[in-house]
Structures are given as C-alpha cells and as structure tokens.
Write a protein that binds this ligand. Structure first.
Ligand SMILES: NC(=O)c1ccc[n+]([C@@H]2O[C@H](COP(=O)([O-])OP(=O)(O)OC[C@H]3O[C@@H](n4cnc5c(N)ncnc54)[C@H](OP(=O)(O)O)[C@@H]3O)[C@@H](O)[C@H]2O)c1
Length: 259
C-alpha cells in the first residue's frame, strides 16, 4: 500500500517490457524510490528480465520476472493474478512494452496486415488489455498507470506509419482510461523522442543508430538524445503528480519545439 508522503514507497508495480531499455530503467527507479515489489514482465527477453530481477533484489526490492505477451489475454490475466497473490495488490502499472517495424513512409505497398496487427496489437490493444486486467486492483489501491507513447504519435516521423498511428492511439487511450478509471486511478503517458536503448539498433543496426543519434543530438536544445533513465525520471514524476491525469509529457530534450 502506498504511504501518504511518498507515492512509491511500499508500492507494488508491474512494468511491461521491464527487462530492457526504458522498462529496466523504470524498474530500477521504482526500487530506488522504495517500491516494495516490482514485477518485470517480458515476452521474449527472459535473460534480460531475470538480470533486472537480480538487480532489484540486490537493491532490496522484492521482484519477479513474469512472461506475458501483452496481446495474450490469458497470459495477462495470469500476470495480474500472480502479482496480487505474491505481493498483495497492484499500485503502479507502467505499460512500456512496444513493437514496431521499419517501413519507409512513402512505401505504402510495403505495409502488411501483419504489420498493423503487430504494432496496434502490442502498442494499443496490449496496453488496454493489461490495464483492464489490473483495473480492479488499481482501483482498490488508488493507484496509477503510465503508458509509454512516442513523439511519433504527434509528428509524421519515426519507424513507420503504423507505429505513429499506434502511438497517437496510446495518447488517446491514456485520455480515455483517465476518465474511465477516475477518481481512484490516474492514467498518464510519456512521449520520448530518440532514446539510447536497443530499440533503433534492433531496427537499423547499432552502428547506424549511434551515428544517427549523434547527428540528432546537435538539433536538440538540451544537447543529446534521452537515456532510458531520463524517460524513467519523467514516468516517476507522473506517478508522483497526484492531481494530474490524462496528460502526456514529451521527453525529447525540447526537439519538438523546433519543428
Ligand atoms: N527507443 C526509442 O527511441 C523510443 C522512442 C519513443 C518511444 N519508445 C517506446 O519506449 C518503449 C520501450 O522501448 P525501448 O526504447 O526501451 O526499447 P526496447 O528495449 O526494445 O523495449 C521494448 C520492450 O517491449 C517489450 N515487448 C515487445 N513486444 C512485446 C509483447 N508482445 N509483449 C510484451 N512485451 C513486449 C520487449 O520485451 P521482449 O523483448 O521480452 O519482447 C522490450 O522489453 C516502447 O513502447 C517504445 O515504443 C522508444
């Protein structure tokens, strides 16, 4: 149960995609703020999720890795049920799991039904499915949800048209859920620009991704692309902000101000 002075001390959290990148940084930030338990949810990255669990335990936070593809309702139901039975409830949900495919904007014929199904299925329907499954527990704890959207939800940039559509959808999902789950539960989102996670490297190769990030840094008012820890800090700020709901914070070092 959350104490009255610190929204995170003593809290039980689920972080989807918690084994890597932004998700890992969120798990560690929650532990640093005194969360009592963090469930590191993943779909493929077993070793990475187990490594984060080891880091959390070393930090004095109870932790467990649970495999759950966010598109799979029964796996998600299990994720929620096991969190409640192991740790007594759910105070914080971070819907961070995300998927994309690299498809040039001009090449409409290259976009397949499978691309739409994957990207909308994970990024929108997945976040909805986990939130709905956790909603009763979140209401009981008067908890908080943070979704991870993207600057691609505002601008016609990013890895593909389906990805941008999905992240615009994530921002709107945040607003709808904020109304649906009020007054007990707050729902907000963050929209990162480029981040130094494996994300772009997985799409275009790490060398090319690193080169792009370096060039992009020169165009960013704050002088660099975000680290996963920068994004986690904004997520923590939204968990802390007790009268804020349905809002999205852009975490791009001010880049969007210039175009
Ligand atoms: N990096 C960027 O430039 C950037 C910019 C804006 C927004 N974002 C968003 O930030 C979030 C985290 O990305 P990241 O940068 O930290 O990259 P990442 O390390 O590749 O993280 C993506 C995470 O999503 C999980 N995931 C993917 N499909 C899943 C599924 N079907 N079910 C459950 N989990 C699934 C992955 O876990 P498994 O490996 O176990 O499947 C992985 O942990 C994503 O939502 C992404 O869209 C990233």
């Amino acid at each position: 149960m959350v104490d009255s002075d610190n929204t995170i001390a003593g809290a039980v959290a689920i972080v989807t995609g918690g084994g890597t990148g932004i998700g890992r940084a969120v798990c560690l930030a929650l532990a640093a703020r005194g969360a009592s338990a963090v469930v590191v949810s993943y779909s493929r990255s077993t070793q990475e999720a187990e490594a984060v669990v080891a880091e959390l335990l070393a930090a004095g936070c109870r932790a467990r890795a649970v495999r759950a593809d966010v598109r799979d309702e029964s796996a998600v139901a299990q994720l929620v049920a096991s969190t409640i039975s192991d740790f007594g409830g759910i105070d914080i949900l971070v819907n961070n799991a995300g998927a994309t495919r690299m498809i040039a904007f001009g090449d409409l014929d290259a976009i397949t039904d499978d691309d739409w199904d994957l990207v909308l299925g994970v990024n929108i329907r997945g976040a909805f499915t986990v939130t709905r499954a956790a909603a009763a527990a979140l209401r009981r704890s008067e908890g908080s949800v943070v979704n991870v959207a993207s600057i691609a939800g505002y601008r016609a940039t990013g890895s593909s048209i389906p990805y941008g559509v999905s992240k615009a959808g994530t921002i709107q999902l945040t607003r709808g859920l904020a109304v649906a789950l009020a007054p007990e539960v707050r729902v907000n989102s963050v929209s990162p620009g480029s981040v130094t996670s494996r994300w772009m490297g997985d799409l275009i190769g790490e060398d090319v991704a690193a080169e792009r990030r370096e060039k992009e840094s020169a165009l960013i008012p704050l002088g660099s692309v975000a680290t996963p820890e920068d994004v986690a800090e904004a997520i923590i700020a939204l968990i802390d902000a007790r009268f804020v709901t349905g809002q999205d914070i852009i975490v791009d070092g001010g880049k969007h101000l210039l175009y």
